[in-house]
Design a protein around this ligand. Structure first.
Ligand code: CA
Length: 410
């Protein structure tokens, strides 16, 4: 089934013959050098980067043809439509118990090793040590060495990345870091996508949020653990983290509460959730704080684990725009405090494809439901729309796609 949909992610693969074509590559490398000397220099200069820093930093830098997400000029590319045939990614796979347990075991060691630093960071920024260490572990496996040089990766992405427009602001920002003397360009390591150092900041984020916490005068998120941990905390605090709230908690949900009551647009005071019979799975008293909203979060619908999350959960989402990421960090931070695995079971993989999910979404749209865009992903709007449709058609609401539901789409 091939459908024309705007905004498709084009997966780009290069014809092997063209990729190995040396005259072609030489020509593109030449275009790259010409682009550096003109457009890239003009942008860097406008951002306050000196000619000397620009030239010395980019001297000898060539394109990295092995990075992901490239779209080189003039190459015959095979554009595949969105992978609608790919298996729909159920949250069960994301929360691999083995990976979570590994991160918790190593994370507890790091918590102990860096406890004085983390206590000082928590005192300044109000972000708990466990939350910072959870992000550090998830982002860079506690500071593991990164594979790429940030200048080369970002220059390549800015010149011929699929998202080159976004990276054109990142190259001047990266050069500015070198000019400020925080790190030598050769030691500025990143992911293939230019996410730098232990907190995985793009250069523009670095300028906003990186801090010098060890007091050596340099904001070194590559080699300094105190700088890296404080930079993560500074990001969260600046993006709205409030110390008086946790991120949320796993709960047992009485059957009287429908799954359609979930999502960030239906916050209710914690006291209301408690009064409605919601109870923490660990048997502790419900943390009722006046005036603080809680949000029901059901990542796998009614049959999966249930959570009441706070506004801090949505701050965690600022680090990486995904509900499952925010839950991963929240849950891992609890594990670092010796909490156990999820109490609720994740459903087994359903074997649905993203095309199946999109077909269901498109059907719901024709019925007037808001699914947040028919993209084959199951966000909170799609979950609520499924639940509302199930109720309207006399089914028990699960707020999650399954084979029987897909089969009932005309
Ligand atoms: Ca420092």
């Amino acid at each position: 089934m091939r459908l024309a949909v705007a905004g498709l992610l084009a997966l780009v693969t290069f014809a092997t013959a063209a990729a190995a074509d040396t005259p072609y590559r030489q020509r593109v490398e030449g275009d790259f050098q010409a682009w550096l000397a003109t457009e890239a220099y003009a942008a860097a200069s406008a951002a306050g980067v000196s000619r000397r820093v620009f030239e010395t930093t980019l001297a000898g830098v060539t394109l990295d043809w092995d990075l992901s997400d490239l779209q080189p000029p003039g190459v015959e590319v095979e554009r595949r439509e969105f992978p609608w045939q790919a298996e729909f990614r159920n949250p069960a796979g994301y929360f691999s118990e083995k990976r979570l347990n590994d991160l918790a075991v190593h994370g507890r060691r790091h918590l102990k090793r860096w406890q004085d630093t983390l206590a000082a960071i928590e005192a300044r920024y109000g972000v708990p040590a466990e939350t910072i260490v959870a992000i550090w572990g998830r982002e860079s496996s506690f500071g593991m060495r990164l594979p790429e040089n940030a200048i080369r990766a970002i220059a390549t992405q800015a010149f011929m990345g699929r998202r080159s427009k976004m990276y054109r602001a990142e190259l001047p920002a990266a050069l500015k870091i070198v000019q400020d003397g925080d790190i030598a360009a050769s030691a500025m390591m990143s992911s293939w996508a230019g996410a730098m150092g232990q907190p995985q900041f793009l250069p523009t984020l670095y300028h906003h949020y990186a801090v010098d916490f060890d007091g050596d005068g340099r904001r070194d998120i590559w080699n300094s653990v105190p700088d890296s941990l404080a930079s993560i905390a500074n990001f969260l605090r600046s993006e709205g983290w409030r110390p008086e709230r946790g991120w949320g908690l796993e709960v047992r949900l009485p059957t009287t509460i429908a799954c359609t009551a979930a999502g960030p647009e239906q916050g209710r005071p914690m006291a209301d959730w408690a009064a409605a019979g919601v109870t923490p799975v660990d048997g502790s008293p419900f943390p009722v704080r006046p005036g603080r909203d809680g949000f029901l979060f059901l990542p796998a619908g009614r049959a999966g684990p249930a959570f009441i999350v706070t506004e801090n959960f949505y701050t965690l989402k600022r680090y990486n725009f995904s509900d499952n990421y925010a839950l991963y960090i929240g849950h891992l931070s609890d594990r670092l405090k010796n909490a156990g695995a999820f109490a609720g079971g994740w459903r087994a993989e359903t074997g649905l494809t993203r095309g199946d999910v999109r077909r269901l979404q498109e059907h719901l749209e024709t019925l007037g439901y808001d699914v947040g865009g028919a993209d084959g992903l199951v966000g909170f709007k799609t979950r609520i729309a499924i639940g509302a449709w199930q109720i309207a058609t006399g089914r028990a609401p699960t707020c999650f796609p399954d084979r029987a539901l897909i089969a009932s789409v005309p």
